[in-house]
Structure formats: C-alpha cells, structure tokens
Design a protein around this ligand. Sequence first.
Ligand code: 5GP
Ligand code: ZN
Length: 112
Amino acid sequence: MDCLFCKIAGGEIPSEIVYEDEWIIGFKDISPVAPNHILFITKAHYANINELSENPKDLTALFEAIRKYTLQEGLSEDGFRIVSNLGVRAQQSVPHVHVHVIGGRDLQWPPG
Ligand code: 5GP
Ligand code: ZN
C-alpha cells in the first residue's frame, strides 16, 4: 500500500523517532506547531481513529505509548493536548491513523 505513515513505520522514509514499541511509534511532526509536537501511530494500517477503535488492543497500545512518553518527558505535569483529525472537514491530510501530542507552550481554545 502506498501510505506515507506505513513507510515511516517501516523505516522506508526517515523520521525522528522518539518512542517505539512492538505496536506503536512516535515521531516528530515535520511541521511542528509547538515546541513538542509528536505524532503517535500504530505500525498496523488503520485509516482513522474510528477504524482503529475496532481493534482495542492497538487502541490501548497507542494510548499507553502516549502515557509513557508524556510521563517521561514531563508533559503530563506541564500539560499537553491530543488531537486526531478524521476526514476532510477536520483536515485529516494523511489517511493512516495518527494522534498529535502537542505541548511545550500555552495552547488556545477553541481550535480553528
Ligand atoms: P493531519 O493533518 O492528517 O491531522 O496530520 C498530518 C501531520 O503529518 C501534519 O501535521 C504534517 O505536518 C505531518 N507530516 C506530513 N508528512 C510528514 C512527513 O513526511 N514526516 C513527518 N515527520 N511528518 C509529516
Ligand atoms: Zn498506512
């Protein structure tokens, strides 16, 4: 399958990986919107968060990875935001499930 994030997960396209386990990788977003902007993805391909939610094992693994990473980096204390865009109106631009972890500065609400 010609999928950008499958290629990143497979090491075919380089990325700055900050977290990895058997099911998940976390890597730096190429266009960060904050000092800390990491994308967490499953190594298996799912189109979006709803498709991933049909597989509780991978879904749990994704959120466990975020918990471990944000605790380790002090983001759990400092505060951070997670975002997962689904579909055109939410401006999902890569059709492989990803959760943005954004932190390291004061964030505004509501988002655009
Ligand atoms: P979306 O817009 O789908 O919610 O998020 C996709 C994210 O992937 C964007 O924030 C974009 O900057 C990031 N991105 C797109 N292509 C690449 C790439 O080749 N490498 C990395 N590290 N991030 C990418
Ligand atoms: Zn994929």
